[in-house]
Design a protein around this ligand. Sequence first.
Ligand code: UD1
Ligand code: CA
Length: 455
Amino acid sequence: MKILILAAGQGKRMKSKMPKVAHKILDKPMINWVIDVAKQLSKDIGVVLGNGIEQVKKLLDDDIKIFEQKERLGTGHAVMSAEQFIDNNEDILILYGDVPFLSKSTLDSLIKVHQENDNEATILTIELEDPTGYGRIIKKGNEFIKIVEEKDTKAEEKEIKEVYTGIAIYKGEKLKRALKNITPQNAQGEYYLTDVFRYFKKVKIVKTDREIEVAGVNDRVQLANLEKKIRKEILTNHMLNGVTIIDPDTTYISPDVEIGIDTIIHPQTYIFGNSRIGQNCEIGPMTRIKKCVIENDVKIIRSECELSEIKSNVSIGPFSRLREGTIIEEGVKIGNFVETKKTHVSKNSKAQHLTYLGDTYVGEEVNIGAGTITCNFDGEKKNKTYIDDKSFIGSNTSLVAPIKIGKNSLIGAGSVITKDVPENSLALGRAHQVNKEGWLLEKSIQKVQNIKKGE
Ligand code: UD1
Ligand code: CA
């Protein structure tokens, strides 16, 4: 079975310069929601793109076939643009890029009915309290007759509550042939894909009651409402799987996140990308995690972490920022106002206050004093800092990279270190302190004498 996703539409009602399917829901572009479910069902996936094609292409993996619809002449025309993708001997499932929350199990049942009954096409429908905007299913008894678009409905057809979800599976050959027959003779002057069913003999319906799965996103109000609903479902699943979420109203977790049991998520927390969080962690409050792998027993408070790896028994924050390429090993403590980028911090080391570690390797049991800065950028390129095991970097130290600090060394506070430090050494890179005893006293005696002289 092949899968074709239609995503060329303008999304006029979004009032956006960005194509509709590139808009994000829980930090994941709408098109990727559809593609991810498609991937679970087929290896042969095509996408029809038009508006903002370049922007959308960037969101797709290389194995997705792209077809361009040069003009927006309707959903039927979109499928015609991918005619070469349709195989006469294969079924094709067509999905709409703006219907993002379909589940594999719903599609499985559609496919099953289609294949077991050898249908020409099988369509997914739903009954809605308010069917406004959707194509209505016209039946004679239980037999499917046709779909009528909202704008083409007669008064009595408007009352029909069973609507087309935009999802259907077809026999490739039948679809190809039917597409040749459809015309844009309708209220919108478009080639409706929904018209192909008129040319089929055996169309069957599968009805779902999962409203959230078939909801289309047409404007930003729907986008926000749907995000709220799907977010609630995701959070409910985590809670039922043993995760404590203190305040579901202010917690945002994207669909591909995994969280272990007994982890507690505090309010105002965002966990995005395909992040994985272990068991017995405490995340938040006010924390944002994106594309991170976090092991067990980790605490992250009021911090930002992206593209980072955190091993077990680590404490991060408050107010830490782990940027891409950070690796934090077991037992490490990263404290307030510490920023890391492309940095590896080994077991039981500490950087607790006001520090920047960039392009840095930190060995085990190192203490990074408050205000330590790795000066990794020389104006042209980034340079590496290497701090070996058990070193102690005094407060307010600048380490001018490229630089190596040997094992078990001590850097005096306030140093600017520009040369490598051998192991077991003390390095000082600051001016010697000079004390001038009695200096202020002499000054004031002089002042008094000057006054007497009348100066
Ligand atoms: C469509 C269905 C309607 C159904 C509803 C479900 C048709 C004619 N109507 O209506 O019966 O109830 O979806 O959500 O199919 N697209 C293109 N190229 C085009 C036009 C659209 O690729 O020229 C894509 C859009 O990007 C979108 C999808 O097709 O992902 C659906 O298009 P849209 O205009 O939103 O159709 P609806 O009016 O919602
Ligand atoms: Ca739509």
